[in-house]
Design a protein around this ligand. Structure first.
Ligand code: SAM
Length: 233
């Protein structure tokens, strides 16, 4: 079990190389981000020794931190660029938000060129822990954590260049489509409770919506006004 930062760095490098070989990481930007963000700071202390296994892990309240290959794949599909404004629905541990931040606001770029990540979590205790994790990892000034129902989006900072939803919805929540900038993209798992497809949704400059299924996946449910109702589950 690694007890020092160097130990985790080596494990991180090996995991990232595996994700590269497997084709989940395809771009220099996502490669750099996954190499930089310390996933061990986002998993519960007793599971730190598993931080660099390519698997989801429990984070409490029946929720999970997504598997690294899923984080890499969704981040690649979003085609992010430095300077972009991103909304993530489903903060969980805050790890994916940090990876998104490292792409739109890279640590080696002057802060005045940084984009920003807004991330919404419905469970206040998880949001609070994610804030702490993000602070420890050095992302507090690039990520804003909001407590609320993310199916309503976050109109205060709209429109967004990109929206990433990390919980599964029965359909695309209408407010998220409205808060996406024309020319923007959303990555979202859509389907029933136990089987979904990851979709890339594009909003054309004319405001038309094009949705393309990419791969089967399995996420925890998106619970809210435009998602699942707790009594459906
Ligand atoms: N992105 C996270 C990470 O990096 O750890 C993993 C997210 S976890 C798979 C999905 C999260 O979505 C859970 O924390 C869950 O509480 C949250 N969630 C579910 N419905 C939500 C909603 N309507 N608004 C905001 N968060 C929601």
């Amino acid at each position: 079990m690694p007890g020092r930062a160097e130990g985790y760095e080596e494990l991180r490098r090996r995991l990232v190389e595996k994700l590269l070989r497997e084709g989940y990481i395809q771009s220099e930007r996502v490669l750099k981000a996954m190499l930089r963000v310390p996933r061990e700071l986002f998993v519960p202390e007793e599971l730190r020794h598993m931080a660099y296994e390519d698997t989801p892990l429990p984070i409490g309240h029946g929720q999970t931190i997504s598997a690294p290959h899923m984080v890499a794949m969704m981040t690649e599909l979003a085609e992010l660029k430095p300077g972009m404004k991103v909304l993530e629905v489903g903060t969980g541990s805050g790890y994916h938000a940090a990876v998104l931040a490292e792409v739109v606001a890279p640590s080696d770029m002057p802060p005045e060129k940084w984009g920003h990540v807004y991330t919404i979590e419905r469970i206040p205790e998880l949001a609070e822990r994610a804030r702490r994790n993000l602070r420890k990892a050095g992302y507090a000034d690039r990520v804003t954590v909001i407590v609320g129902d993310g199916t309503l989006g976050y109109p205060e900072a709209a429109p967004y260049d990109r929206i990433i939803v990390t919980a599964a919805a029965p359909d695309i929540p209408r407010p998220l489509v409205e808060q996406l900038r024309p020319g923007g993209k959303m990555v979202i798992p859509i389907g029933d409770r136990y089987m979904q497809y990851l979709y890339v949704v594009e909003k054309t400059h004319e405001g038309r919506i094009k949705a393309r299924p990419v791969t089967p996946c399995l996420f925890v449910p998106l619970i809210g006004r435009y998602g699942w109702r707790p009594e459906d589950l």
